[in-house]
Design a protein around this ligand. Structure first.
Ligand code: GLC
Length: 573
């Protein structure tokens, strides 16, 4: 019988029998069998194997829904996940993998694997995650913890390398943490909230280990980890897709964990928009940076998580209700994002010429955006060909900044239409110096300076112009760029960016971020041996080498969600 694996002080709403129940043991994936399957390198093939479309799932919208419900029930919902992205059966502890295409891997790859393995965090003998940074030269703060968002590239690297165990352990451990009672001062957080991070506490006297988690109650600024739950669902789908093992996602506790996350983000409120309203600093940018309201990063992750949940939820009584709500939300969310967050030259010109103070449903300038609020830089930044999803949209507010993660996730989740995806890649190519420069990639562009920096960041000395979250360059974003490149058929863009990173990353000891307009300088307070910089590089390399890995982190467009491209008379794409 296993002993409780959580800190009992935090654990007030878990029943004793839950604690004493051993975690379900899973059958090891039989890789020799998997290897018998033909390897699918062709991305087109992957597309055709894509999952349930929204039309299939229009429960309550289709007269045939009850029979479909039976068809799709239980493990059959996974029937289209029947191929494996990572055809290799290497195990943890083995030495660095060799290139499968016969090319000699870059010498950095071996170093990166070693560094990634050094970052492993064990709980009672099992690997459960990777530490944020293994840098002893700086104050630890919370960099000695396993962050949910930081673990994603590590997880993908392990999945691509045929080592799914750590990912399964991570998914189950964080699920247990979700069921803690969470309090910040006297305020109780929603049941579904997933932690930002956790760590393993060793008690040398009692010779025991416990987990402690941070749901924002210790985080600098007490920021809410809205992205964690979304990443958790996305990772569960990546694990399922990569291994073909549907049993993890089918576990009642995993189904419940997903429903709890979904309850939080699908709950009804006063909103007039389908986008998700958030406080500042609730994602990778976890400090005050003017990303409150409806930040693109959260909207794109929200969309992606909803699509993944659709693939993973069982059509039992509880699941069905959520599926129905997800389908409706996806329709509204994709319409809203594709119409109002999208900016290209034509759209920019339209906003520039907007009339204001329009009342009634015929308004073209629906959010009453003042043309005077258009920043100078955006006119130069916008290429003739290309476009992107802007940072934020709400009444009288458009944040025109470019955010890398949100745009890449929009491509991977097919929140962006194929035309919009191509346009985003076009923009990256034409604004190479600004967005890639001497180190990929800018987390956002441009930086805020002087008065704006004072007002929006609250005079944050860590987020001065072109540093950290304020226009800093983050190597971790390389994997997202590469995945987006592979999905849009533009691998040469990724290759170029990877080459730039390879010139410095190892030599500089895998910094967390770089500073300066071009990303030339190792960041002011940047940690070294930052795990997601290491894992991000590995994922980028493996994905380029074997594009079929893309399947675990990308979802094809659902034809049912084709947008109404006409918003105003002048709208074209
Ligand atoms: C910083 C980053 C955050 C990351 C954490 C751990 O707080 O802003 O995105 O998760 O470090 O690396």
């Amino acid at each position: 019988m296993s002993t409780p694996d959580v800190d009992v002080n935090h654990n007030k709403n878990i029943k004793t029998e839950d604690l004493l129940c051993p975690l379900v043991e899973y059958e090891e994936c039989d890789f020799s069998k998997l290897l018998e399957k033909p390897r699918l390198l062709n991305i087109e093939r992957q597309r055709s194997l894509d999952e349930r479309s929204l039309s299939e799932l229009s429960i309550g919208m289709s007269p045939h829904h009850s029979t479909r419900g039976v068809d799709l029930n239980s493990s059959r919902i996974f029937e289209k996940l029947d191929y494996i992205c990572s055809p290799v059966g290497r195990r943890s502890g083995f030495s660095t993998p060799r290139s499968q295409t016969g090319f000699d891997p870059h010498p950095m790859v071996a170093e990166a694997w070693e560094a990634l393995r050094r970052s492993l965090v064990y709980f009672r003998g099992q690997p459960v995650g990777t530490i944020a940074a293994l840098d002893n030269t700086e104050e630890n703060l919370n960099y000695d913890q396993v962050f949910v968002r930081d673990f994603v590239p590590s997880a993908l690297a392990f999945l691509m390398n045929g080592e799914p165990e750590i990912v399964r352990n991570f998914i189950l451990k964080t699920l247990r943490l979700q069921s803690w009672e969470k309090k910040i001062d006297r305020f109780q957080l929603g049941e579904g909230v997933m932690p930002a991070s956790f760590k393993v506490l060793h008690d040398p006297v009692r010779n025991s280990e416990t987990l402690i988690a941070d749901f924002g109650e210790s985080a600098i600024g007490r920021v809410a980890p809205v992205d964690s739950g979304f990443w958790w669902i996305i990772l569960l789908r990546a694990y399922t897709k990569s291994t073909g093992d549907t049993s993890l996602a089918e576990l009642p506790e995993c189904q419940k964990g997903m429903r709890l996350i979904l309850s939080l983000c699908l709950s009804e409120g006063f909103d007039t928009f389908p986008t998700l309203l958030c406080a500042d600093g609730c994602c990778m940018i976890d400090r005050r940076m003017g990303v409150y309201g409806y930040p693109i990063e959260i909207q794109a992750l929200f969309f992606m998580a909803l699509r993944c949940a659709l693939l993973l939820l069982k059509q039992d009584d509880e699941g069905k209700e959520f599926i129905e709500r997800i389908v409706k939300r996806l329709h509204a969310l994709s319409y809203h994002m594709r119409s109002y967050f999208w900016l290209d030259l034509k759209q920019l010109n339209d906003i520039y010429r907007y009339k204001t103070e329009e009342y009634s449903h015929t308004a073209v300038n629906k959010f009453n955006v003042m043309p005077d609020s258009l920043p100078e830089w955006v006119f130069d930044f916008m290429p003739l060909r290309g476009g992107y999803f802007i940072g934020n949209v709400s009444p009288a507010r458009m944040d025109f900044r470019w955010f890398c993660l949100g745009n890449c996730i929009a491509i991977l989740s097919s929140l962006a239409t194929p035309e919009q995806s191509t346009a985003i890649m076009d923009l990256i190519e034409s604004r190479w110096e600004e967005l890639v420069g001497e180190m990929p990639l800018k987390v956002c562009y441009p930086a805020m300076e002087t008065h704006e920096w004072r007002i929006i960041t609250g005079c944050d000395p860590k987020n001065t112009r072109w540093s950290y979250h304020n226009g800093g360059s983050w190597p971790v974003l390389l994997w997202l760029l590469t995945a987006a490149c592979v999905k849009t058929g533009r691998p040469q863009i990724a290759r170029r960016a990877i080459e730039i990173a390879e010139a410095r990353l190892l030599k500089d000891h895998w910094p967390e971020y770089y500073d300066g307009k071009l990303g030339r300088y190792i960041g002011k307070q940047s940690r070294k041996a930052q795990t997601w910089s290491i894992a991000g590089y590995l994922v980028a390399k493996m994905m380029l080498e074997d594009p079929s890995h893309l399947g675990m982190i990308a979802i094809e467009e659902d034809k049912q969600m084709k947008p109404l491209l006409r918003r105003s008379n002048s709208w074209t794409l």
